[in-house]
Design a protein. Structure first.
Length: 92
């Protein structure tokens, strides 16, 4: 998974905003945390004309400052903002 052409690496701090459509507008939620994993994973759902005939989702696993682990399924309307690069990436 990439953000602005760069891979999202474990250790990076990001802020993710997601929206849920409602009849009267949209409900937005924002969460900030440290990237644990960023990858595409297949679901149990069958989907013709895709890789391995499965539905694939972009999943982002974050650890919040209080230690809570959050799994986010990203869609085209999710906004991921890089707050701080991972320590490994900063050394390069």
């Amino acid at each position: 998974m990439t953000m602005q052409g760069r891979p999202l690496e474990p250790g990076a701090v990001v802020e993710v905003t997601q929206q849920t459509p409602l009849p009267t507008g949209a409900l937005a939620a924002t969460v900030r945390g440290t990237v644990v994993e960023a990858e595409q994973r297949k679901t149990g759902s069958w989907y013709a004309h895709s890789r391995h005939h499965k539905l694939w989702l972009d999943r982002l696993v974050l650890r919040k400052d209080d230690g809570e682990i959050i799994v986010l399924h990203l869609d085209p309307y999710s906004r991921v903002e890089l707050i701080q690069r991972s320590p490994a990436a900063a050394d390069q």
